[in-house]
Design a protein around this ligand. Sequence first.
Ligand SMILES: Nc1ncnc2c1ncn2[C@@H]1O[C@H](COP(=O)(O)OP(=O)(O)OP(=O)(O)O)[C@@H](O)[C@H]1O
Ligand SMILES: [Mg+2]
Length: 303
Amino acid sequence: MDQASSLRKIVSAKARQTPQRLMTPASPDSAISAPAPRAIAVTSGKGGVGKTNIVGSLALVLANRGHKVLILDADLGLANIDIIFGVHPKFNIGHVLDGEKTLAEIIVDGPAGIQIVPAGSGFTHLTHLTEGQKLNLLGEFEAFGAHLDVMLIDTGAGISANVLYFNLAADDCIIVATPEPTAITDAYAMMKVMFLQHGTRHFQLLVNMATSEHEAKSVYASLVQAAERFLSGVVIQYLGMVPSDHNVTRAVRERRIAVDAFPEAAWSRGINALADQLMDAPRRQHTDGNIKFFFKRFIEFRV
Ligand SMILES: Nc1ncnc2c1ncn2[C@@H]1O[C@H](COP(=O)(O)OP(=O)(O)OP(=O)(O)O)[C@@H](O)[C@H]1O
Ligand SMILES: [Mg+2]
C-alpha cells in the first residue's frame, strides 16, 4: 500500500470515530438559504486586484445576513486580512500542523461572528507536508464542530503550487481580474494551468475596479474568446463586476471594512450583488456540514 492510500485509510477510520455531538446543527436561516458549507477560493493571476478587500467585504455582508462565515487567510505574503479586520493573531496554522496548538486556539474572532484562520507563514511548506502534519490538519478540522455556511479563502496571487492547492480543493473558484491587460492575461494563465494540468473546467470571473458594466463585460468577453479558442471545454461564468471606488482605499486607511464604512457606496452595492449571485448559484460539490471535506480534498492533491 502506498503512503497516500494508507493515509486515506487512517483518515476514513478516524472520520467514523468522530462523535456526533461535535457536529452542531445547521441554523434555520442557513437551512433555507444555503445548505452549506461552501468553500469559495478568491484568487487571481496578477497581484493587487482586490482579493483581500473583496473577501473582507463579502464576509461581512454574508455574516450580516446571518450566515456563519470562516475566512481562511491563505495568502502567504503579507497578512492583509489581519490588517483590514484590525486583528492581531498570535499563532497560525503552522502551530496546528506541528501539533502545538488546536484549531480553536489559533482562530481569531472578527466582526459579526466571522472567524479567521491565520495562515501566517504556516502554510509555506504546504506542498511538502509530512504525513503527520497532514493528519494533524485533518484531525483538527474534523473536530472543529462549528457549523459553517461559507468558508472564504483569500489566496495569494499567481500560479504557485500553494495557490493551486486551495483553488483545486474549493467548491467554487472565483478568479478576480481587472480591466488592466496584464490582469486579464494572468487570469487566463491561471485558468489554463488549472484546466490543462488538473482538468478544472468551471471558473467564475469577477471583474474588479471596472469603470462601467460595458468595460467589465469586455474583460469577460476577451477571456471567453481565448478559452473557446485554446481551452476547449472550459466554461467561464460571469459573476459580475465591482466598480472602481475610492471609498475602498479610504476604508482601508481608516482600518474599516468598506461595506461597513460606506454601505451606500458603489463598492458596497457591487459586493451585495456578488453575495446575491453566489448564494443563489447551485453548489458544485456535495459536502456534509463540516469543513474537513475541504482539507481531505486538499491533502489528496499532488500539484
Ligand atoms: N474596486 C476598487 N476600487 C478602488 N480601489 C480598490 C478596489 N479594489 C481594491 N482596491 C485597492 O487596490 C489595492 C489592492 O487591493 P487588495 O489588497 O485587496 O488586493 P489583493 O488582490 O488582495 O492583493 P495581493 O495580491 O497583494 O494579495 C488596495 O489598495 C485596495 O484599496
Ligand atoms: Mg491580498
